[in-house]
Design a protein around this ligand. Structure first.
Ligand code: ADP
Ligand code: UDP
Length: 234
């Protein structure tokens, strides 16, 4: 089957079904829009296993997404969608760009979860945009913006519960949504330590790509430790 798209972390292939795609997770890790880049044997397997387990968990909670099934260590089948070019970022605790942009101390707990939209456009460096920008760029209308925010907050509730079972805190993360053929908006792409910040409940240990961004050790060890905790969830 033919390669439809190759990104920084995944390859997307067509299948013999028009509305189904095969996703292959690559052994590449990047940060800063590709400014820092490495090949790490086994990283694709870890992200595929983790994101498959998280999407399956959400499905078990009644939350539909593009995820159909895990095919192999590095591959999964997903429903084909038209991705809405928005990085929907949900924050429970301040870290990363919001500490620089708005001066929140790292670790500050928000009174309520915050949803932000970033325009998914590498040439523009994925800028933060307002709801009005989303409309002017024709990315989504008012109703769809409300749907995206509501879905993001619903997913957040499930992720918070899941992480609490693992003695972890979900600090922030990025999700993507897409439109199916019949216009339904569903969760797509991935949820993994590449796209989330995950902290231990009682220590400053973390289980995410910050370890790579900040040269603080092996992400293979960290992602494996996260997967082991995820596999232990009842
Ligand atoms: P990037 O494009 O940021 O380098 P990836 O390497 O993760 O990212 O590439 C995967 C691409 O596939 C992303 O652009 C993502 O939006 C897209 N994608 C994810 N899920 C689906 C889906 N179900 N249908 C179509 N495209 C998808
Ligand atoms: N994120 C992501 N892809 C991106 C940008 C951000 O997965 O292209 C995730 C990131 O891992 C973090 C959250 O979104 O969990 C918020 O990221 P932030 O805006 O703080 O950006 P950063 O400074 O980390 O690049």
């Amino acid at each position: 089957m033919s390669l439809l798209y190759e990104g920084k972390a995944k390859r997307i292939f067509t299948t013999d079904q028009d509305d189904v795609l095969r996703v292959e997770y690559k052994d590449e890790v990047t940060a800063g829009n590709g400014a820092k880049k490495d090949h790490l044997e086994g990283k694709g397997r870890l992200n595929n296993l983790i994101t498959s387990k998280i999407f399956q968990y959400l499905k078990d909670q009644g939350l539909e997404s593009h995820f159909i099934e895990q095919l192999s260590d590095t591959e999964q089948l997903v429903k084909k969608v038209e991705i809405i070019p928005l990085e929907v970022v949900v924050r429970n605790i301040a870290a990363g760009s919001i500490t620089k942009r708005l001066g929140f101390d790292k670790g500050h707990e928000f009174e309520q979860p915050l949803v932000e939209f970033f325009y998914k456009n590498d040439d523009l460096n994925d800028p933060l945009i307002t709801d009005d920008h989303v409309k002017l760029l024709n990315l989504a209308n008012d109703d769809e913006i409300a749907t995206l925010k509501e879905a993001a907050l619903g997913i957040n509730q499930h992720l918070k519960e899941l992480m609490a079972k693992m003695d972890l805190r979900i600090v922030d993360y990025k999700i993507e949504f897409g439109r199916t053929e019949d216009g339904q908006i569903i969760l797509a792409d991935e949820i993994s330590p590449d796209t989330c910040r995950i902290w231990a409940l009682d220590s400053d240990e973390n289980f995410d790509k910050d370890v790579y961004r900040e040269d603080r050790g092996s992400i293979l060890d960290v992602y494996q430790a996260f997967l082991t905790k995820l596999e232990d969830v009842e």
